[in-house]
Design a protein around this ligand. Sequence first.
Ligand code: KIV
Length: 294
Amino acid sequence: MSLQKVTVKDIIEKKKKGEKIVTITSYDYSMAKIVDESGIDLILVGDSLSMVMLGYKNTLSVTMDEMIHHTKAVSRGVSNALLVGDMPFLSYKIDSNEAVKNAGRFIQEGGAEAVKVEGGTEICSTIKAMIKADIQVMGHIGLTPQAIYEFGGFLVQGKTIEAAKKLILDAKNLEEAGVFSIVLESIPWQIAKLITSSIDIPTIGIGAGSYCDGQILVIHDMLGIFTEFKPKFVKYFGNIGKSIRRALDDYRDEVLNGIYPDREHSYEFPQQDLNKISQWIEKIDICEEAHKIL
Ligand code: KIV
């Protein structure tokens, strides 16, 4: 497949053309390279790496330095997809200057082309400051995992008339602030459909139904690698976790039984030279020779 570099403009254009936008997370070089080669439009180095890569219980623990470390690795594997870095907890809500500096680190050090932030109307002034500094920004509303303690857990959002109205206003204000797209997470599909039709920038859904302009999933969820819990919207498109376990069982059994490594996976030394070494060994005092080398 011959692929072209995807830009922020292309992502916006896709909505205008009625083309679906396919996006996914990645956290390391090798996986990002496979994802990039598969023609995915946008790769997010999500703060979900806190859980799926680093083993923390939620996304609040991952730091700026950890996010930059993983973004750098991903950027080395990406040539085509638009690369977005996810700003972690407390990196953009304390003050706007700090937010712009941290967003800039994703671009300058991490090699990302844009950043994503969680929140609605309350962070629009910060988003404007980032855009003023020439940093492209993606929004994220609905179930924003950095606010789970406020929500009381990983709960579906926008379920009441008031909550749904707030989501629609937030989306409008984010668009006005200049974001190039908005992630809608864990909200009823009808509300996602309303939001999608009331703004000109693309919506990217995760647990927000089929009427969004695009979709995103955490790669470790959809491949069946991270199985500690499975939200309703997660579909397993593969079961890599099972394949890894099966491969490790085979490896262990083959090593224990002397089957691996076989000749096919070993390096060869010429037989005639080997005979010479054997004769040499018989003649010399190995300890004395070893001392000479030392
Ligand atoms: O952190 C993440 O992976 C995300 C996506 C699921 C949208 O924010």
